[in-house]
Design a protein around this ligand. Structure first.
Ligand SMILES: Nc1ncnc2c1ncn2[C@@H]1O[C@H](COP(=O)(O)OP(=O)(O)OP(=O)(O)O)[C@@H](O)[C@H]1O
Ligand SMILES: [Mg+2]
Ligand SMILES: [Mg+2]
Length: 301
């Protein structure tokens, strides 16, 4: 197969590993800087061009689209879809996953366990919003944050009120969430491919920090997950419409709760913590599932 990898940087660990795994399985790969792809969308034969040449003959595309380039990146991916190239994750699903509020609404509709979460617009509603999610301590999050940036723990009612007020004043979209104290600064990253959790790691926040993100100094280790956690993770990925996803779960007193579903989960932390060749499994999934024009939405929407 000829596989395109949309990535801003060929030297990133995840990109290198995908290239390596694809080559080892006998495939041809091309890493494309998504911001250098340009498109002809006017004709009946949609095309993508790259540094002066037209891209043709690709069987599959692996999107590794960073949060800062979601808009342009998903447009390029959609163009691949319209050309009939099989996307590992569909553009629509990636757009969905990038918005935490939209994601939580979709997951709640299907009964996935979630932290109690509230959303409001007007400063006048802050007091009731805080009451609704169970009062302080509580977590306040920017809807489109990543790597733990824009996630705040407000320990008291007063802190919560002023942080929410400040975010609203900046016109930032935030959600307010029950603080899962019993998780003790740990979360579980489940790496889902298709209908399976192929690897899972526990991430523990460093001392004095509640955010377990590796970018925030958290440490990762191998963990055995329960059947309930396993099915929560695979169901969450399926509801989001993602073939490959990093589902982040907290162990709460009311069972596993999903915090978020990531559409471009990194390989470095999970491969190091579990010793598994996740990149190889990603390529194997593409071999099994890629077919021309095979998308649920066919590039629509
Ligand atoms: N409701 C909560 N209760 C307890 N801890 C939480 C809660 N929400 C978030 N955290 C902690 O904060 C971390 C960051 O939160 P979250 O994953 O929502 O943000 P993010 O910025 O999108 O991170 P990512 O880079 O994983 O996309 C989580 O990994 C978790 O450790
Ligand atoms: Mg996230
Ligand atoms: Mg997270």
């Amino acid at each position: 197969m000829k596989i395109a990898i949309l990535s801003r940087n060929p030297s990133l660990y995840s990109t290198r590993r995908l290239v390596e795994a694809a080559r080892a399985r006998g495939h041809e790969t091309k890493v494309l800087d998504v911001l250098r792809c340009y498109m002809n969308i006017t004709s009946h034969a949609p095309s993508i061009h790259y540094k002066g040449e037209e891209l043709t003959g690709f069987d599959a595309v692996i999107p590794r689209i960073g949060a800062s380039v979601t808009f342009y990146g998903t447009a390029v991916l959609r163009q691949f879809e319209m050309m009939g190239v099989y996307p590992l994750n569909e553009s629509v699903a990636i757009t969905r996953a990038r918005d935490k509020l939209r994601s939580l609404q979709l997951l709640s509709r299907k009964g996935i366990g979630l932290p109690i979460t509230g959303f409001a617009h007007a400063p006048d509603d802050i007091a009731d919003l805080i009451k609704m999610v169970g009062g302080a301590p509580l977590v306040i999050k920017l809807l489109e944050g990543t790597q733990g940036i824009g996630v705040v723990l407000a320990e008291t009612q007063q802190a919560a009120e002023s942080v929410i007020e400040a975010f609203m004043g900046l016109k930032a979209n935030i959600l307010v969430q029950e603080y899962i104290r019993e998780a003790k600064g740990a979360d579980i990253r489940c790496f889902v491919i298709g209908d399976k959790v192929v690897a899972a790691m526990k991430r523990q926040a460093k001392a004095g920090e509640f955010r377990s993100n590796l970018h925030r100094g958290g440490s990762a280790s191998l963990i055995r997950i329960t059947p309930e956690e396993r099915s929560t993770a695979t169901r969450a990925a399926r509801i989001m419409g993602l073939n490959v996803a990093g589902v982040d779960i907290l162990r709460s007193n009311h069972g596993p709760v999903v915090m978020e579903v990531n559409s471009s989960p990194g390989l470095e932390g999970i491969e190091a913590a579990t010793g598994k060749d996740v990149a190889d499994q990603v390529i194997a999934f593409i071999e099994k599932n890629a077919a021309a024009g095979k998308t649920r939405t066919r590039g629509q929407g």
